[in-house]
Design a protein around this ligand. Sequence first.
Ligand code: PEP
Ligand code: MN
Length: 458
Amino acid sequence: MSSTPTNSQWTPLSWKTKPIVQDVTYEDQKHMDRVIGKLQTLPPLVSSKEIDNLREQLRQVALGESFLLQGGDCAELFDYCSQDPIEAKLKVLLQMSLVLVWGGRTPVTRIARMAGQYAKPRSKPTEMHNGKEILTFRGDNVNGYDPEDRQADPERLLGAYFHSAATLNYVRTLVDSGFADLHEPSTWNLNHVQSNAVRGEYQSIVNQLTDALDFMKTVGADPSSATTQNALQKVDFFVSHEALLLDFEASLTRLLPSSKGQRQEKYYNAGAHFLWIGDRTRQPDGAHVEYMRGIENPIGIKVGPTTVPEDLVELLNTVNPTKAIGKVTLITRFGAGKVEAYLPQHIEAVRQSGHIPVWVCDPMHGNTKNASGGVKTRHFVDIIQELSEAFRVHKDCGSKLNGVHFELTGDSVTECVGGSMDLKDEDLSTNYQTHCDPRLNYEQALDVAFLIAKYYQK
Ligand code: PEP
Ligand code: MN
């Protein structure tokens, strides 16, 4: 049984009474207090109405009526808050989602790992650099990647707020200005695809998509006409990050009007629409779970090979005692070849508990390897293998995979091996940029979407 009775008093700071992992130590506590005081006065980045809207969409996802696409950088850097990278990420997520809408014949809810995904959990607090032990890089909102800049600096939390605000502002501007322009797949360039056969298959999906959109135009549901503009051009776009730095998360936790009860105010994390608990911070009695159980936002929990099925049920009971459908997204990340061994027990335990979560596969975090040159990479074949295992195991267990979670970027980086561009270990040095986990590039991300769409066609 949990030592955290679910009815015990929750406050935005009640997590402080619980054991915490991945904590950050600040040398100057007064400086930290001043920064937190300032953050508490800054306006919400997202509204409770948007959060409630996402909750409703995720309810539909959990019920199998819709599909979830979540993706973005492993860790955003403040430098990514710039026109081109934001546009590229929005573009790849929108194009992927269009392929998925077509493939699955269901609506797609999009959540970006963006506008706040700065903090990183680390397996070790220190590392060796030139024979000296230094603190590890914990993300742009904590310290600098430069080995000279590893002391945690509270000012970086304000940097996180303002970079999130600027990113979100530009995303909203693009979405409101018709950037989504989903009806132009005919202009997509598939020249990167090395194999003629695969390019032919992708082209056939693009042609069918284009035909479907043309057909809508013909019958009067013109995507560019004012009436259908909302459905096709003005898409919903949500942002998310791992809730790792609890002082920061608590400072953005606000009492806001809830659409559920009239004139009722509830606690929302107003820094993102969706937050998740990572694989390293999901201890049932720990601080991160305590914080997450009190907010209205939909939340995610990473589930890995070390997740004990009984703990998973205890976690669900703690963060979602009313068993609200789709309130919790379970993001499984076992690794290729391991899904069969772990997922069935998790599905069965959750089914018996009566919870109805959103089941998502993250085929990235169980599949990190070292390339021959020593850098971290992920193999496209492993990613696809874990994904297809997740689809199949859910089906075999009478369940359904409701969504996918990727680390990706809209840029032409060379961090993952394989895909239709056929990147090899020796190509990784061409444009290897990540300071954290390797991401799918634009072409590899589209590949994944096409492969999922193909899977649905079977
Ligand atoms: C991540 O999503 O970047 C991450 C660290 O994942 P996990 O907590 O599943 O290891
Ligand atoms: Mn990662």
